[in-house]
Design a protein around this ligand. Structure first.
Ligand code: PRP
Length: 216
């Protein structure tokens, strides 16, 4: 009796990252027609022929789905991986979704950084901010967790600086803020569940190989 092939499930971060990922997958013959219907309210999309399932989630949840094995494979920014520190294999830098993790603020705040003052840092990435200030700069700071529109922090005097991602820099410019220090570059990564990597080694390795060749 023929053994039934197991579905491989992908978790993708909603938005531009998912669109870019589907473009890349499509270029190596991995498609999902169902996903192209932007009006669909379905949460899971299937390609029966290839034995693949796809679902979209909030970006910070992608590593969680992959760590617990609810998804075999995920695509997420390295900003999230660094912040969440989940037990998953990071297998490929996809080369898109590029931006920078930076300390930003009004220019006057530069001196506070230079003098290692006890400052307030607002961020959606408290672990990343803590690691940078405590372990790299050896500066004691007060970290305030925010969930978005972090640039407001210095403007309304909640914080002296922020730690956030900068892509085009236009949010900073429009709010009179600057990049003060650069922490690290960011890009989209493919991650794989540890058990799936053993159990579905051939299918996953083939896919990684095709993508790696494509990315160059
Ligand atoms: C991100 C980030 C910055 C902005 C940077 O926010 O937190 O605010 O994009 O991009 P830019 O350099 O091209 O202006 P996002 O749009 O995800 O919204 P949020 O702040 O509400 O999380």
């Amino acid at each position: 009796m023929k053994e039934e092939r197991r579905y491989l499930t992908f978790a993708l971060g909603k938005g531009r990252l998912a669109d870019k990922t589907m473009e890349l997958l499509e270029s190596v013959g991995i498609t999902c027609e169902e996903m192209k219907d932007k009006h669909s309210r379905k949460l899971i999309f299937v390609n029966e022929e290839l034995g693949l399932k796809f679902f979209l989630s909030k970006n910070p949840d992608v590593p969680t789905y992959v760590e617990y094995g609810a998804a075999d494979i995920g695509v997420v920014g390295s900003d999230i991986l660094r912040e969440e520190n989940k037990r998953v294999y990071e297998v490929l830098d996809l080369g898109f979704g590029k931006c920078r993790m930076c300390v930003c603020g009004p220019r006057e705040a530069q001196v506070l950084l230079q003098h290692h003052e006890m400052i307030r840092v607002a961020s959606k990435y408290p672990n990343t901010a803590k690691d940078y200030f405590y372990n790299k700069k050896h500066q004691t700071v007060d970290i305030i967790k925010l969930n978005g529109s972090v640039e407001l922090g210095p403007i309304v005097k909640l914080s002296d600086v922020i730690v956030d991602i900068v892509e085009t820099g236009s949010t900073l410019r429009e709010n009179g803020l600057d990049v003060l220090e650069e922490i690290c570059p960011i890009s989209a990564r493919m991650i794989v569940n540890r058990v799936s990597m053993q159990m579905e080694a051939e299918r996953i390795r083939n896919m990684i190989g095709m993508l790696r060749d494509k990315i160059g």
